[in-house]
Design a protein around this ligand. Structure first.
Ligand code: SIN
Length: 290
């Protein structure tokens, strides 16, 4: 059996893993290669997969505990652990999935006590322009590279700090940018604020990663509001500097997997119906950030 090959991108994160056919079955060695590559490169793509929802859930479940999404109305029917990410409308004109997922830089589940460890998005339909070029790319930035490339003085200033995060903050950011127009209001439980370390340690690799985003982070614990806002702005912008961003351009059949401790992502909304985008996302639950 030929072993998979891992082809890194030119950015500090991102790789394509070639030679894997999930539908044909994955042995333990191949799983380990994919898992190691996910940790090393933070975001990896397996192209040309042919997956039913059950096959996606089974494969993704080999990386850890699959979690139901916080917005149950968008689940793939019959699959509590797969959520639709889509701009497609049902026959009542309602979106069948998260229509505006990821339109601001973020890490999935940063507002949860136990944030998502990995996310795995499978492309069923990819929007295209009039020349056939794919639209709706997803951009990624490495939070580990961001921390490692900080000046030593900044690292000393931020090590040990705690930050408060919330989903309500993400919604407020989306609303300010006119992006959350079709979302159901949050419940009180979904609005809860959580504290996490501003610099977290990856549970498997031990790498230190910046854990802050303009969208989800409300304040630094114990800091005056103006200084807290300035630090959140500074670090959030540092993580997503253009020169270090990896852009994933989608093809139908891509299974894209990313590590939510080691990376942040941003979905580009440069398409609209009749250009259809339909993806199924699984998330693997994580542990308390430390
Ligand atoms: C997400 O943030 O999970 C969605 C990413 C995408 O739709 O490209």
């Amino acid at each position: 059996m030929t072993r998979p090959t891992v082809v890194p991108s030119d950015a500090p994160l991102g790789a394509e893993i070639r030679g894997v056919d999930i539908a044909a079955g994955i042995d333990a060695d191949t799983l380990r290669i994919v898992h190691d590559a996910l940790h090393r490169h933070k975001v990896v793509v397996l192209r040309d997969q042919r997956l039913t929802p059950a096959m996606q859930a089974t494969f993704c479940g080999r990386f850890g505990r699959l979690e139901p999404h916080v917005l149950p109305q968008y689940l793939v029917p019959g699959h509590a652990d797969l959520v639709r990410v889509s701009n497609v409308l049902d026959d009542r004109g309602e979106p069948i999935g998260l229509i505006d997922a990821g339109r601001v830089w973020h890490s999935d589940g940063q507002f949860l006590e136990l944030p998502n460890l990995y996310s795995m998005l499978y492309a069923l339909e990819v929007p295209r322009d009039e020349h056939g070029a794919p639209l709706g790319a997803t951009c990624f930035a490495s939070t580990a590279h961001a921390y490692a490339s900080l000046p030593e003085s900044t690292r000393r200033r931020i090590d040990g700090l705690l930050a408060v995060n919330s989903l309500a903050a993400v919604y407020a950011t989306l609303q300010r940018s006119n992006l959350a127009t079709r979302r159901a209001p949050l419940t009180d439980a979904q609005k809860r604020e959580v504290e996490h370390p501003l610099v977290r340690t990856h549970p498997s690799t031990g790498e230190k990663c910046l854990y802050v985003s303009r969208a989800a982070t409300l304040r630094i614990v114990g800091w005056p509001p103006s200084e807290s806002d300035a630090l959140i702005d500074e670090l959030s912008a540092w993580i997503v500097r253009d020169a270090f961003v990896h852009t994933h351009r989608w093809q139908e059949g891509d299974l894209l997997m990313w590590d939510n401790c080691g990376s942040q992502h941003l979905a580009i909304g440069d398409y609209a119906l009749p250009q259809r985008r339909l993806m199924h996302r699984a998330t693997v639950g994580g542990s308390r950030p430390h």
